[in-house]
Design a binder for this molecule. Sequence first.
Ligand code: HSE
Length: 405
Amino acid sequence: MVNIAVLGYGTVGSGVVEVINTNHESINKKAGQEINIKYVLDLRDFPGDPVQEKIVHDYNIILNDDEVSIVVEVMGGVEPAYTFVKSALERGKSVATSNKELVAKHGSELIALAKQKNLNFLFEASVGGGIPIIRPLNQSLTADEICEITGILNGTTNFILTKMRQEGSEFDDVLKEAQALGYAERNPAADVEGYDACRKIAILSSLAYGSQVDYEDIYTEGITKITAKDIAFAERFGYTIKLLGSSKRVDGHIYCMVAPTMISDANPLYSVNGVFNGIFVNGNVLGDVMFYGSGAGKLPTASAVVSDIVDEVKHLHTNIMTTWSSKKLELADISSSRKRFYVRAEGRLTERQEEAEAVFGPVVAAELDGISGEFAFITEVMSEKEYEEKAQKFHGILNRIRVDK
Ligand code: HSE
């Protein structure tokens, strides 16, 4: 029997307990021995819940109990998670976590500590909810040099953008719905401003390139400026708007960014809708591969956490994680990255198309019935710097969105 302790009985923590109880028999069979939840750490009590008899309020009870081999950290946030996880590893306990903030900030250090102690620090649930992506990067795609990772990495924003497109709903109402469904972060800005996706692409890039990608270095733009008008114009041009986290190797430089992007149905991420996440990976020998599934929510996330627990039970004293070095990976300045740009501007198309082409070069432009006094156009490929320079010379720009294939 292997004893585990779950830190946090919130959405994911209660999901972990539920998954272990629901699939007890098959999980134990796959793990090779029985997994016993000995403790659940939470500040609260849960009278009437069967978990109550396992609740402790003092982490030291878990830390000092040598019968606990695995600590499952599902509290979220950097502190006290970091202190708890580090001390667990120092005391000879493996750790499974869903905490992307922790992994993005301290991943390289905690992976190295686990390796040094012959333990494991696993974090499948930190990116893509229930989608296996960390394990594939760690175990299945090791023959490749990774050239690109582009993903819809945040379920809440994908849910919002999908609903806005399908139902014409307002941003705030859909956000409330996503929160009620348990998809959203406690602080909505983490989802809608792109910070959550930023941490996730930082983790994937660090793993893929083997060096620390600091999330603070990643250009990040959220979806709060996307309006129903932009969604209508995107449809008119044959595109949908997705919040993409991307990391690309171009001429030996790594460009990394999070931004709303218009994509066409030629892009495999086009049909990733609702709370689903999709992660596209290109390797230099494999070519393209795509991962798709439930990107947020209690049980999908818990499923990924429990898969890590099973792996840790199977490898109690064998480290299985590829490291990423603490050496910082210098990202290229996005000002030289090249793409097309969608621009929505004040005025009539008939009156301003010539001016738009004089400033931006050839454009594909449109006006829409029902949107008066505004028009939109898509430029040809240019660098971010060139776009910024041209945009200075064109008055009345209301929004601009990057356009990918
Ligand atoms: N708030 C996150 C999301 C949860 O919406 O994707 C999963 O990390």
